[in-house]
Design a protein around this ligand. Structure first.
Ligand code: NAD
Length: 376
């Protein structure tokens, strides 16, 4: 389908001929060649009104015909040391088109990718410049609008991540651990901001991300929702207040397609509890029980992972002592909460100094030490 689409990107004037292309590089060039006058006008008009609104109404998303592709879960290993943000070598000076942030989406045909496409196509001050998929994906060559359930973008899905990072100010990445580690290298090469939602990274992959963060701003969070980031703070405090007579157990449930367990979110909550107890999760985690396990060890933080149906993500942290029990839960009923967080991260990360950041930095409530880990 590549090169056959003659379409307009959401935000362009009706009738405007948009770029047709197969790579983000080409896309960027064509966009630069044809789109700026129209887009710039749109943006100037938006600035004049001081209230930026989407240029046109976007119909509700319809499920795209792309089936998620199962990926092999990465081995689960201990956390990498939290890297400190590197000395600023200068933000990527690429903001153009009257300040619009150019955004690329890696894994754009995935569940999160499609939702992000739709959300970003309606977000003010943002211009989607490309989307990638794995080699062999049936989505290659499709117009991004078909995936977003919107009008055509005039941009087709390709498998050139280097080109995507080159043409974008910020790339959002909800793919798989090995792809994400590779993508971080491209971010470092050009100083492109990288927003990582992928979970299940092993320690080597996390180290690759940490190295890249010395040259590019990277926001990494296993859960981009406001609620879970708040819960993390609450759990750390509860674990600090309740002594080790209180057993801590974490139960999570996700849809049947999830490939890593326990979930990255369960692990961040476990780390928060371990921090509250003055230890590390690696030392006290009990990741599943089966058979003759013997009695529970004091101080353990236990995990149970359930899989089934279309559950977006449920997490319950249980503090249990003789005679009473406190349970704190977060239930996600829509993936939109993650996508909303990711869009916030995009707006926040554009132009930031190199460093490894978390959603707590983005949300402005980073009250204690914590490391972005995305599921080790
Ligand atoms: P999904 O399987 O629906 O989508 C992943 C997409 O990435 C697929 O379309 C796949 O083809 C694509 N992909 C694989 N390799 C690629 C490559 N090399 N280049 C480009 N694309 C590639 O999965 P999903 O539900 O969208 O989740 C993706 C990841 O995000 C998972 O790790 C999941 O756990 C995580 N996640 C994180 C959050 C969060 O808030 N941080 C929320 C939801 C999901």
């Amino acid at each position: 389908m590549a090169g056959k689409t003659q379409a307009k990107q959401p935000g362009l004037k009706p009738g405007t001929k948009a770029a047709t292309k197969t790579t983000p590089n080409t896309a960027a060039k064509q966009t630069a060649a044809k789109v700026p006058p129209v887009k710039a006008k749109t943006l100037i008009e938006k600035e004049k009104t001081a209230k930026v609104v989407p240029a046109k109404a976007v119909p509700p998303a319809k499920p795209a015909p792309i089936k998620p592709v199962p990926v092999k879960p990465a081995p689960v290993k201990p956390a990498a040391q939290k890297p400190t943000p590197a000395a600023a070598s200068g933000p990527k000076p690429k903001r153009q088109l009257n300040g619009a942030i150019k955004v690329g989406i890696a894994g754009c045909a995935g569940r999160m990718g499609q939702m992000l496409l739709k959300m970003l196509s309606q977000a003010p001050g943002v211009l989607v410049v490309g989307g990638t998929e794995r080699k062999g994906s049936p989505a290659l060559g499709m117009d991004l609008g078909a995936l977003a359930g919107t009008d055509p973008f005039g941009i087709t899905v390709n498998d050139d991540p280097a080109g995507l990072f080159e043409s974008a100010d910020v790339v959002i990445d909800f793919t798989n651990p090995s792809a994400t580690a590779t993508h971080a290298g491209f971010a470092a090469r050009g100083g492109t901001a990288h927003v990582i939602g992928t979970t299940g990274l092993d320690s080597d992959q996390q180290a690759a991300v940490a190295r890249a963060a010395q040259k590019a701003p990277i926001v990494m969070a296993a859960n981009m929702s406001l609620g879970v980031n708040l819960l993390e703070q609450v759990i750390e405090q509860m674990a600090r207040i309740l002594d080790s007579d209180w057993d801590i157990e974490i139960v999570e449930m996700h849809h049947r397609h999830k490939v890593d367990a326990p979930s990255g979110t369960a692990l961040i909550l476990g780390e928060a509890a371990a921090r509250g107890r003055g230890t590390t999760l690696r030392r006290v985690a009990k990741r599943g029980r089966d058979g003759q396990t013997g009695p529970r060890a004091k101080g353990e933080i236990g995990f149970a992972a359930l899989r089934g149906g279309d559950v977006v993500g449920d997490h319950t942290v249980i503090f249990a002592v003789d005679g009473e029990r406190v349970e704190v839960a977060h239930k996600a009923s829509s993936r939109e909460i993650f996508a909303r967080g990711a869009v916030k991260a995009v707006l926040w990360a554009a132009g930031k100094a190199p460093g490894l950041y978390t959603m707590k930095d983005v949300l402005g409530f980073n009250v204690g030490p914590s490391a972005p880990t995305n599921g080790h």
